[in-house]
Design a protein around this ligand. Sequence first.
Ligand code: GAR
Length: 234
Amino acid sequence: MTDNNTSALPIVVLISGSGSNLQAMIDRQQELNIEIRAVISNKPDAYGLTRAANANIPVKVLNHKDCASREAFDTELARLIDDYEPGLVVLAGFMRLLTPAFTEHYAGRMLNIHPSLLPKYKGLHTHRRVIEAGESEHGTTVHFVTAELDGGPLVLQAKVALNPEEQESELGRRVQQQEYIIYPLCVQWFATGRLRLDGNTPILDGKPVSKEGLLLKSELLDEKWRHSSEGSIF
Ligand code: GAR
């Protein structure tokens, strides 16, 4: 794989919780061609803030409870983000509904990961709902963010087959293992100029991505990535 752009892309990561997806990017900033300029949380006790501080990444907390309205929160959040002049905003377990003004401001430069095979199972408690519905497969999706909750253009999905009698926590753990592969990969694609959004269509290496998004396969990974995904679906 060749990098189209050599300088690291500045990014800001938004979190609300554990930040394990953030960690997967902190650990590989150089390889991903990114510089994480800041991590911002709407929850003061989010463990991801500790992960960022441990990596000497500036952290900010904007507690939604201190804001008069959703619009006021999003306006202040955009001000905080834009201070760092990121080329990409990465939502990594950021559990907030976003206003259209906010998503429009970052159109084509904000990614999210959602723990389901979108468009199925938007919203919360996806692992539990998938088990209760008796699905045979589940997974996770990286997509560009639009005003529609978990509804923006799909980029890449990874699937896991459900095991009989599997508990929600174990299924969630296996889905997250896939997240640590596909999210950094999409961020790397974006940061090296391979991935962009044209209107409502993601373009990867000059080719439009279908509405269903791409499915993670070993061909999408170079040797280093294949190694880091050992034990996953392929
Ligand atoms: C991830 O599994 C991510 O897919 C999910 O939150 C988790 C955050 O984990 N995001 C959503 O549900 C967004 N709708 P992490 O804080 O350990 O990265």
